[in-house]
Design a protein around this ligand. Structure first.
Ligand code: PEP
Length: 254
């Protein structure tokens, strides 16, 4: 059975200027000096920085991803970015359905599904985010919400190669709060089981399921050790190389 190769992805959100490539280069130096990492490392900077980051980090092994894409490949959609454009700029992946897009832009799982399909069409890996709000957790609806988001957001043609799932409890994003390790394990096991019913055991067991929400250097090791957690999606702590390295180094070989 294929064991998922962990992925640690940094979501820079609407942070960073061209000069911020210095942080990414600092991270690249730490990676080079580490003597091997048993995980893939990715940075998802603002779209305007993707081409520059791809160019300047091309020999670093750091993957570059987008934070969102439109469902169509071109057309009259002012301000939007097609998956094909991200691919053309050098990205290998794109985050879709982040809770900030679901909340701020009213994105439904149906739209997220179209975006994930667009990512696949363009040859990008779709990082599909799901997660419950505080009130949904308090009402005991967490697993139902995750099931609904997952089944609504995963397009036909999804495989372990073209898709990553990120479980991000909305209430844990940017708050410093995290679920208990048992709660993380419960949701990740639930996601794995649902993937198995939807895609078959082969793809389900090989698919990476990331945890995201206030991952920091101080809690990364315990979160990454939870069964069915195959890496992290990191917001705030991915902006500074020192902090991001403190998370990534959980996967350092030596
Ligand atoms: C995120 O926005 O995907 C995220 C996990 O943010 P943070 O790590 O800051 O909670």
């Amino acid at each position: 059975m294929n064991q998922p190769h962990p992925l640690v992805a940094g979501n820079w959100k609407m942070n960073g200027l061209r000069v911020s490539v210095n942080e990414a280069e600092n991270l690249a130096e730490r990676l080079a000096g580490a003597g091997g990492i048993s995980a893939e490392v990715m940075i998802c900077p603002p779209a305007l920085l993707i081409a520059q980051f791809c160019r300047e980090l091309s020999s670093s092994g750091i993957l570059i991803g987008g934070q969102d894409c439109h469902g169509e490949s071109s057309g009259a959609h002012t301000g939007d970015i097609a998956a094909e454009m991200l691919k053309d700029a050098g990205a290998s992946s794109v985050i879709v359905g982040h809770s900030e897009r679901r909340a701020d832009h009213g994105e439904s799982s149906e739209e997220v599904c179209v975006k994930a399909s667009a990512a696949h069409r363009a040859g990008l890996t779709a990082i599909i985010c799901v997660g419950e709000t505080q009130s949904q957790r308090e009402k005991g609806q967490t697993l139902d919400v995750i099931s609904e988001q997952l089944s609504g957001s995963i397009p036909h043609g999804t495989t372990a190669q073209n898709t990553v799932i990120a479980y991000e409890p909305v209430w844990a994003i940017g708050t410093g709060l995290t679920p208990t390790l048992d709660d993380v394990g419960e949701v990740h096991a639930h996601i794995r089981a649902q993937l198995s019913s939807a895609l078959g055991q082969g793809d389900a067991s090989a698919m990476r399921i990331l945890y995201g929400g206030s991952v920091k250097p101080g809690n990364a090791a315990e979160l990454m050790a939870v069964e069915n957690v195959n890496g992290a999606l990191v917001g705030g702590a991915s902006l500074k190389a020192e902090d991001f390295w403190g998370i990534i180094s959980v996967y350092a070989k030596s």
